[in-house]
Design a protein around this ligand. Sequence first.
Ligand code: BG6
Length: 450
Amino acid sequence: MDNSKKATTIIILGATGDLARKKLFPALFGLYKKDKLPKNMKVEGFSRRNFKSSDFRQFLIENVPNFKDRDEKITDFLNLVEYSEGKFDDPTSYESLINLLQKIDEKFGNCSDKLFHLAVSPAFYELVLQNMHKTGLTLSCTDGTGKTKIIIEKPIGHDLKTAKEIHSLINKIATRDQIYEIDHYLTKETLHAAKTLSEKENLRKIWNNEHIESIDITLFETKDIEGRGEFYDSLGALRDVGQNHALIVLSHMLQENGAEKNVQKRRADILKNALKLEAVAIKDIVRGQYIGYLKEKGVENDSETETFFKFPVALGDKKWEGVKITVAGGKGLSKNEVGVKVIFKKPETFKLESKHLTDIKEILFRIQPEPEAIFTDKTDKKEVINLKGKTYQGHSSESYEKLFLEVFKGNEDLFVSEEEVEASWVIVDQIHEIWTKLPLIKYEKGKFPN
Ligand code: BG6
């Protein structure tokens, strides 16, 4: 086929939801403005609301954060957008979607690549995937022209058992290279800058229990659940950001640079070796809920769902034996601090590109609010290295721009593998089990549970 005719259709299932409005459409528009979307393309929104395409475009203008500033390119971008009303549990809705996609392909004059983004609550994944399969939506074009890809958001499953069920369904209905499991934290620039820094500055040599006393991974947010009551209440902080973002930060930061070339495998190996329960103190495991959470819309009034978690990790690997590793995260806290703090046993020296830092007792690889590496010496003097722009931009919608580009290219490194997802559920399931014996600590908004 003449490559200039090659076309792409992005289908957003759950097109009026939170993720689509706050992240996906801003990301697609961002790419459009930078001229980075495929040349011939359409975006098809699929959702329950009774909308015509024109209503949906108006809905986007009113609800997508970066559409409100009346950029003149918005109208051009919206010309690419169409809408199809449908219910996730109704096979006829999927039939209508197929008809619509066929019409789009007829206009393109070829079978377009189809990229389905499941921007729906994880509770619907199985239902949606089953229906897509039954109606043939998961199939790529038989003549080998357009390829069908499916993007799924974290968390995959509710525990190890359900994650395995989803994976086994996926493996039945699609080939692995059609599936992209998202954790947008893998695009965070701090993670990539930390890796470059560690390779350049020989950080790897001191990346072990001889030199490191402790590692703290935090995902602290001051914001509350921001109206996502029903969704959040069915998950809790540990499933929302612990099982995925926090553990991917851990496995990314500690992965070996050895013979294993496959990044996903390297990260999975760290997780598979984590949390020897007999080696961690139960008293160090915390679950908390901010006061006022029960009044949030969509939250059960006797809900025990946590908005804060903290747990220690004891890596089985010899090289990490004895290093105190803690993973924590939550909402309604006193500060925004997303990052990794590494404390050394005795002060270390770093020869950075333009600076020579001596007597460094700790490094904070900060992901948010700003991507920075902060080196603190033994007199508490700080040296801040700005990591902004070193790789990708930090905000979520820009992370999604990067993720879309990687899916277009078919590059899987920035996505998580089945093995990683399941290894992280093994950890999280153990914490959930212990939690049944622990009290839920209530904390005031703007503070930490103690
Ligand atoms: C999302 C969670 O995956 O990540 C949110 O559902 C959380 O609850 C968000 O606030 C944090 O992402 P970022 O990119 O804003 O740090």
